[in-house]
Structures are given as C-alpha cells and as structure tokens.
Design a protein around this ligand. Structure first.
Ligand code: GUN
Length: 342
C-alpha cells in the first residue's frame, strides 16, 4: 500500500517553480514589496524542529504524520512528496498511504479507523481533491478531530468559529495570518479584509481567523455583485478563488496588502499546445495579476514562494500541536483513571 511517487512529477514541479521564480525576480515589482513566504517558512520550521525534539525527549517518540493520497494527480503527488520530505527534515516520521483512483470508500474508512487509533500517529491528512465517486465530506469528517491536522472536522471548525482559535486550524489560512503579521507588524486590528473565495479549506477559516484578529471581514465569491467595489475598500486582500491572474491592480486600494493563495498552471504563451508535456511550456501563477497588483499594493506574496511554503510549515506545526495535546490528555487520564467515567 505504501508506495513512492515517481520522481519525475517532483522534478517537473521544481523546474516550474524555478522558471516562475525567475519571472517574479525579473518583474517590475520591487523586492522590498515581496512578502517572502520561503523565509517565513524557514523560521517556522526551525521553531517546529525544536518542538519536535522537546516532544521526543518527553514522550520518547517524535510526532507522526499519516498522509492519504488517492489517484495519480501529479499536483497532489507533488504536494504530498513535499509534505513527507519536510517531515523527514524535521525528524518527524511520516506514513504515506497510496490508493488507486478506483478505491472503495469502505477501504479508505477502514484505513482511517486504523490511523484514528494508532498511538504513533498524531496527524492525519487526506490529500484533496478526492475522486468524484467518493464522498469527500464523509471521509474528511471520519478523521478523528484530535488528529485532524487540516482543521476540517466540525469540532475544529466550530472551535475556530466560536473561540477564534483551535488547536488544529486550517494550515493555509494560519500561514496567511503569519505572513500578514510579518507584513503589518501584528497590526491587523481594524483593517478591512476582503477574502475572495469561500472554500472550507481556505476562504471560510481565513475569514474566521481575520475576524478573531479584529479585522472587518468581507467574503466575496462567484455570486458576489460589484466585486471591484469591495476590493477598492480593502486594506487586506486574500485571493483564493482558483482563477489565474484574475485580480487586477486597478481594482485595488493603493497601499493594500495582497496575499495570493492561488496556484495555477498556465501556458507560457498562447501558442502552447494545451496537451504539451514540455516543462518549459508551463508556468505557475496566482489568482492575482502579479505585475499590476504589485504596482498598486504596498506588499504582495509571489507565486510560487509566498503562501505555498507556509502551508506545509503550518501542517507540521499542527502535527506537533496535536502530539502535545494528545500526550497531555493521555497523561492526565493516566493520573485520573476514573476521568473517563465522567
Ligand atoms: N489540497 C490542496 N491543498 C490542500 C490542503 O491544504 N490540505 C489537503 N488535505 N489537501 C489539499
């Protein structure tokens, strides 16, 4: 069941990253405006690595992450590869479960049953999207909330919405808040934030986190009218709608901060064959037109090298948080054996 993903998909992605990165370095957007997600991710990983060591000393094992990958989408395979490689760098064991596109739901649920109860597993991630024939919501909700490192279970979503925080919160929005904190020196309070997109994994938790930081939050989506009017009032724009280079600079309020969550693969020119497998025919772009948005915004995240690296860093931080929370609960229960009866 555990397989290694072919190297070529990772190489291809890496080369695409390099090509696009040269593009943003060659753009007219001054480097001083760039919010460098790679640097923030390095800092976060350093902190997490220290916490992994501390946990290992106390618990006698390192926090463990299980990743479930269904099908053979090259983008999902590349993301999973990055996640497991980063685990290895931080001294955390990771366990990858690969299933064919045609896997039956019952097989996935019985694997989740095993992982939900496995004492050495602190985090479980089901790589999304899942093939259409599977009930994605049912599978996601089957992950026990204490190991739900994607922050998608109703318990974790509820805690985030109700308390404004959760032990396990969605990784991408948590990474975005960290980038905003670095760009704004922690001064988020009172800012008007416009979130583009209402997905469970980015848009909705992003809005909850910004609200908890005392922003005025507007969530826009495919049915929103007068989108440009909303954007013109935004001090902070978080774009997560999955439309390549959709947001234009002239729609933005001068001096705003742009956090671009989109990762879209597009041809480098109009004459590229849509079926081309040539690496150099493709590049990665965000949901914002980098050049025009970068001219108007005071700070902007590039794609790649912005939000992406932070998502993985936050995933591993969540796994450590989960490990500590589970360890503390188990030691408390051991000290009070009748606690379970209450
Ligand atoms: N697919 C794309 N991003 C994510 C993510 O953050 N978590 C999961 N589980 N799948 C994804």
């Amino acid at each position: 069941m555990i397989q290694t993903i072919s190297r070529c998909s990772v190489k291809r992605t890496y080369r695409q990253f390099c090509t696009s990165e040269v593009c943003w370095k060659k753009s007219n957007v001054p480097v001083s405006k760039i919010i460098n997600g790679r640097l923030s991710a390095i800092e976060t990983r350093k902190r997490t690595k220290k916490q992994v060591k501390e946990f290992q000393e106390v618990a006698g094992r390192a926090p463990g992450l299980a990743v479930i990958l269904v099908g053979d989408r090259p983008d999902s395979a590349a993301y999973v590869m990055s996640k497991t490689k980063t685990c290895a760098k931080l001294g955390m064991p990771s366990f990858q479960y690969n299933f064919p596109e045609t896997v039956r739901e019952t097989e996935l649920l019985s694997t989740l049953d095993y992982l939900n109860h496995a004492p050495n597993i602190d985090g479980i991630l089901v790589q999304l999207p899942l093939p259409k024939q599977l009930d994605e919501d049912r599978i996601i909700q089957y992950v026990t909330p204490s190991k739900d490192v994607d922050g998608l279970s109703l318990t974790n979503v509820g805690a985030l919405t109700h308390y404004g925080d959760a032990v396990l919160k969605a990784c991408t929005p948590a990474g975005c808040v960290q980038l905003l904190d670095s760009a704004l020196d922690g001064e988020l309070s009172g800012k008007h934030a416009v979130v583009l997109g209402r997905s469970d994994i980015v848009g909705k938790p992003m809005a909850s986190l910004l609200l908890a930081r005392h922003c005025t939050v507007t969530t826009c989506h495919s049915r929103t009218k007068n989108l440009q009017q909303h954007l013109k009032m935004a001090d902070i724009v978080v774009a997560a709608l999955g439309k390549p280079e959709f947001v234009k600079g002239e729609w933005l309020k001068p001096g705003c901060i742009v956090i671009d969550v989109g990762i879209n693969k597009v041809p480098v020119s109009a004459d590229v064959d849509p079926l081309s497998k040539k690496v150099d025919d493709w590049k990665l772009v965000g949901d914002c037109d980098f050049e025009s948005c970068g001219a108007v915004a005071s700070r902007i995240t590039p794609v790649p090298g912005g939000v992406g690296p932070m998502t993985i860093a936050m995933l591993l931080q969540n796994t450590v948080n989960s490990a500590w929370a589970r360890y503390k609960k188990s030691t408390e229960e051991a000290a009070e054996p009748d606690a379970l009866l209450r």
